[in-house]
Design a binder for this molecule. Structure first.
Ligand code: ADP
Ligand code: MG
Length: 255
């Protein structure tokens, strides 16, 4: 399998803060890949560099062999991105929003109609699609944002903490969708600070701590390594604790 993402000696500084510290790893095509790490470890910064929104201080990142800084248009056509706090247009309906996004990406009319109908159904938004987004719950907004990011059929979907604020049922819908995307050969990268969520969803994970890579591999291997007393992974996992809200989501994901 080819690599969807290649990261080499990547560094990002914000003033005196080193947010990403000499990071190198690759993500193979077709994976559901988790970026795991406590808050402040650099997950969002890394994802923004993948999309080309922010520029690395040094090192390189490539998306299907394209540099997001040198070929921003090519890269943006290839990826779908759901930021940590998606900004939607409150005074559009879900249907209008998806229609608008599809037009921005130049999706042909028939494909657009078909995809909108498909996503409204798949994300359980049917019946509410002609109401304004301002009245939606956080979970509904998140699902609309994900549908928008998929509207142009990207080869790579990048989602920053996509399960935050999702109710268990919506979390399950998103999980099933990710599996379906992976089956279709789409690469999915998502970040989480909750170990159990990564475990329930991903085939591979990278653990990032203070901007550096602690470990990368199979989720099963990582859990075992993390349990070793005194290991830096153990320290990280101690910080990756879920709240009660998260418990219900995880239980639903594991069913
Ligand atoms: N725009 C910015 N300006 C200054 N510091 C930033 C900026 N974005 C992120 N940081 C810092 O970089 C580090 C990594 O942050 P972030 O990538 O948001 O972590 P995570 O998504 O894992 O919680 C943190 O120390 C954060 O304060
Ligand atoms: Mg973040």
């Amino acid at each position: 399998m080819a690599d969807a993402v290649k990261i080499a000696a990547l560094v990002k500084d914000f003033g005196n803060t080193r947010a990403i510290d000499n990071l190198s790893f690759s993500i193979a095509e077709g994976q559901v890949f988790g970026l795991l790490g406590p808050n402040g470890s650099g997950k969002s910064t890394l994802m923004k560099m993948m999309t080309g929104i922010i520029k690395p201080t040094s090192g390189s990142i490539s998306i299907f062999n394209d540099d997001p800084q040198k070929n921003p248009i090519a890269v943006r056509r290839t990826i779908g991105y759901v930021p940590e706090t998606p900004r939607l247009y409150d005074f559009l309906t879900a249907r209008e929003y998806l229609d608008f996004i599809a037009d921005v990406y130049g999706v042909p009319f028939d494909a657009k109609k078909e995809r909108i109908a498909h996503f409204l159904e798949a994300f359980d938004l049917k019946g509410r699609e002609d109401e304004m987004i301002s009245g939606y719950s956080q979970g509904m907004r998140q699902k609309v944002a994900i549908a928008g990011a998929l509207m142009h059929k990207p080869k790579l979907l990048i989602m920053d903490e996509p399960l935050n604020g999702l109710d268990p049922r919506s979390a399950k819908i998103v999980k099933d969708l990710l599996n379906k995307l992976a089956t279709d050969g789409i690469t999915v990268i998502f970040s989480t600070h909750v170990l159990e969520i990564a475990q329930a969803i991903c085939n591979r994970v990278a653990i990032i701590y203070k901007g550096a890579l602690l470990s990368e591999g199979n989720i099963g291997d990582l859990k075992q390594m993390a349990g070793m007393p005194g290991s830096s992974l153990e320290e990280v996992f101690l910080k990756l604790t879920g709240t009660d809200d998260v418990r219900a989501v995880v239980e639903e994901l594991l069913r």
